[in-house]
Design a protein around this ligand. Sequence first.
Ligand code: ATP
Ligand code: MG
Length: 567
Amino acid sequence: MSENEENNHKNFIEEIVEQDLAQGKNEGVIQTRFPPEPNGYLHIGHAKSICLNFGLALEYGGKTNLRFDDTNPVTEDVEYVESIKNDIRWLGFDWEDREFYASDYFEKLYEYAVQLVKDGKAYVDDSPLEEIRRMRGVPTEPGEESPYRDRSVEENLDLLERMREGEFPEGARVLRAKIDMASPNMQLRDPVMYRILHKEHHRTGDAWCIYPTYDWAHGQSDAIEGITHSICTLEFEVHRPLYDWFLDQIGTFDASVLQPRPRQIEFARLNLSYTVMSKRKLLELVEGDFVSGWDDPRLPTILGMRRRGYTASGIRNFAERVGVAKRDNVIDLSFLEYCIREDLNKTAPRVMGVLDPVKLIITNYPEGQREDLSIENNPEDPASGSRSVPFSRELYIEQDDFMEDPPKKYFRLGPGGEVRLKGAYIITCTDFKKDPDTGKITEIYATYDPHTKSGEDTSGKKVKGTIHWVSLPHALPVEVRLYDRLFTDPDPAGHKDQDFKRFLNPESLNVIEKAYVEPSLKQAKPLENFQFMRKGYYCLDPDSTEDRLIFNQTVTLRDTWAKIQQK
Ligand code: ATP
Ligand code: MG
């Protein structure tokens, strides 16, 4: 499929939005929101949701709010608020001045609750939570009504007020909506609206000791903000009748919540193979030191992917191309890697780095001579120009670019064989030295043909192979971190009786203490992306210091994984 065809195909959410616009709903306004709970760091699944919400608004001339759904003071923290904002900005989206918090609406929600009590549509229940849970029953049979369900309006109002005043201990009472204990939809069996929590909130401090449940806060927050299309993941489909019920009741005394009436649309959450995405599991990995932190390059967090060298445009492209589904599915991790690779191919400058070095001596090249060769930065991007790379008599090349006894189709170097050194000369291998104990090649000797200089070659010689190299006296020693997938199982969290950590890949990090790269990389900036020619994409780790440069492998050059799977 060409990119154009792909773009012309509308997903089902775009179709809904276009229908609404065509019917003149909401006076042609599109307003979406991204509603994170500030209780953890964002991951690739959130990135999908961010791209979807902001992308739709951009496509149809609308706006997107950032709203923190901060209804649970126990798990939430300002640290997360800041990191979420940074991540969204990094992804390339802007909520302008529309940064909202569910906690902004605590007073309003309370007023609504009071009115529902007055209308006989909510009541204070003194039953312990376990009892409430038990009495809700199972979907196939009606639940039991609470003995407190028919309290008088006066008593309910009095108790609710005293709950707010802090008169009762945690767990003593809750406020419940009075809907239908026999409903086949469990969400409608008198859901809890407020619970008592004597906890400081990161924004409202100690102003409140009762907090709205997510279900009570979410739909109203959307309505208050004038959200037209409230996009969420599939698990909220069964909550939709409840959200509608709340707005219908509130609409009888505050018509403003009915225009625009938020339209909830559910889509399947993004799942990636070889990955865990739940915040709880990610937290377990971080707190158990299975990874180095929230920004470990092996994690699917935005912080981690960013440190790995993934680009925002590559991630946005991935989000666009996986589309939106109505049923749960799993996207292959290699597709994400493919999107990143494709993006980097267009933008990352090519450089030379030797990860597993062996010394190559060009015996007929003058000792002490240095040439500065001009090598293009990116053949995919002519505007990127070229840089100067030093060449000399002694070089490093990759161990596996030499074979003592090469098979027929080996186009690299072997005794008597010829190869081009990238951007430099054609060389002929004349000899080599081997460690008798290990069998390892320790030195390779060659001669060069001065008439074969790249760009000025007058020799008419043809060789099949080109290899990369770095000049030994000018080479920059660096640390290189190679990454493999974090789990060995495609669905690490999908095994009922086995902990997902059992499937951690012991080989997911492989550190090369000393690799050699060309000296131009001395100027690399943190997180700057490069292609190490023939090796893959790498970026400079932000923990690098002047004396110790660290490069993170971002993705390999080719999709080796797909090949392995086909075997
Ligand atoms: P939890 O782990 O507590 O369920 P969450 O991942 O749902 O948390 P939220 O902060 O509630 O985290 O998510 C913010 C938004 O991101 C929600 O609208 C949610 O639907 C969406 N989202 C979360 N995970 C995914 C995912 N894997 N794919 C697509 N959207 C997601
Ligand atoms: Mg959630």
